[in-house]
Design a protein around this ligand. Structure first.
Ligand SMILES: Nc1ncnc2c1ncn2[C@@H]1O[C@H](COP(=O)(O)OP(=O)(O)OP(=O)(O)O)[C@@H](O)[C@H]1O
Ligand SMILES: [Mg+2]
Length: 326
């Protein structure tokens, strides 16, 4: 049995298709990432799996339970950490967990032991009796993760677990997530629009855009699927030079933005001097040239034709579309 299985899962908000016929199977013990920009449909997808939103069509099972017919069983068997924080700032860390353990019916005699256990897991045991109001952003997020684990869920949903945190705190949280996946033996489905996060944490990643899964594999295979390295070139003059570069043999995929070009090429180290020579002949002044291995950002660009960083404008556009519909 797969802890998470979806079949053509679809959600429409009036005219807008937020999640479009998504079918996937997530394996036991896996850390699975949904990577996509703002508005891709990530939160909508996991909200359906958590039974917080009803699908428009399609089916899904979580821990073997049907998300429409067996909502209570689904809810009891999962832990959720959502994008918007929902801790009580007036209580201490421990009190927040006690409240949640009560809500989820963790037997009284087990509560203290379990609370201590999850506090240790996220490194907050020593700070548990302080008011959450005085916690840092990273501590709050760790407490939320601990809270999602209190009732021994088999599947944990993490919606943007490190959103808004600084890079150092983010890496810290990745370590905790890896540790809990090992120690608690659970399956984790997380969403993110940070490609480094998907790369560092996930066993498999699905790239999501406009509600659809574009490609799904291990980060390693996804990066290898580009079959080449990334060569970046920045020039000072003559943008139509790029049109000529495009036609050069061995350029597989290109993306042009202003005076920069990024190309997927085989044997990039050998190709780079040729490009420089070509530029010199065409009297083009090159500002910089670099070669690197593909990142998941390049994979995203390859399969969607857009940069994941274009997310801000995208988000605004989505908000407008949403406003028009509502
Ligand atoms: N309740 C709603 N009513 C109408 N439209 C909605 C609703 N919830 C989400 N949408 C729309 O569905 C699309 C997907 O939104 P969703 O929140 O799932 O994206 P996301 O990938 O989680 O984005 P983000 O990275 O910003 O969290 C967006 O276009 C959004 O505007
Ligand atoms: Mg979201």
């Amino acid at each position: 049995m797969f802890p998470i299985e979806t079949f053509n899962l679809t959600k429409k908000f009036n005219g807008l298709v937020a999640v479009n016929k998504v079918s996937l199977k997530i394996k036991e013990g896996e850390i699975f990432g949904l990577l996509g920009p703002n508005g891709a449909g990530k939160t909508t997808f996991i909200s359906m799996l958590c039974t917080l939103l009803k699908p428009t069509s399609g089916r899904a099972k979580v821990n073997g339970f049907d998300i429409i017919k067996e909502q209570n069983e689904v809810r009891k068997s999962i832990g959720i950490v959502f994008q918007d924080p929902s801790l009580d700032n007036r209580l201490t860390g421990r009190e927040n967990l006690e409240m949640h353990a009560g809500l989820y019916g963790v037997p009284k005699e087990e509560r203290k032991k379990r609370i201590d256990e999850v506090l240790r897991l996220v490194g907050l045991y020593e700070r548990a009796n302080e008011l959450v109001r005085n916690y840092s952003g990273g501590m709050k997020r760790r407490l939320e993760i601990a809270r999602g684990l209190i009732h021994y869920p088999k599947v944990l949903f993490l919606d943007e677990p490190t959103l808004g945190l600084d890079p150092q705190t983010r890496e810290h949280i990745w370590e905790y997530i890896k540790k809990l996946a090992e120690k608690e033996n659970i399956t984790i489905l997380l969403t993110t629009h940070y490609m480094e996060e998907a790369d560092a944490l996930c066993n498999r990643v699905a790239i999501m855009d406009y509600g659809e899964i574009k490609v799904l594999d291990t980060p390693e295979n996804l990066k290898n699927s580009l079959e080449g390295d990334i060569l970046m070139l920045e020039i000072k003059n003559g943008k139509n030079f790029f049109e000529k570069v495009k036609k050069l043999h061995s350029v597989k995929k290109i993306h042009i933005a202003e005076n920069k070009i990024s190309m997927t090429v085989r044997n990039a180290e050998k190709f780079a001097p040729k490009v420089l020579e070509f530029a010199r002949k065409n009297k083009i002044f090159v500002n910089s040239i670099s070669v690197r291995k593909p990142s998941l950002g390049d994979v995203f660009l390859h399969y969607t034709g857009r940069e994941i960083r274009e997310e801000m404008g995208e988000g605004k556009e989505m908000m407008k579309r949403r406003a028009r519909i509502l």
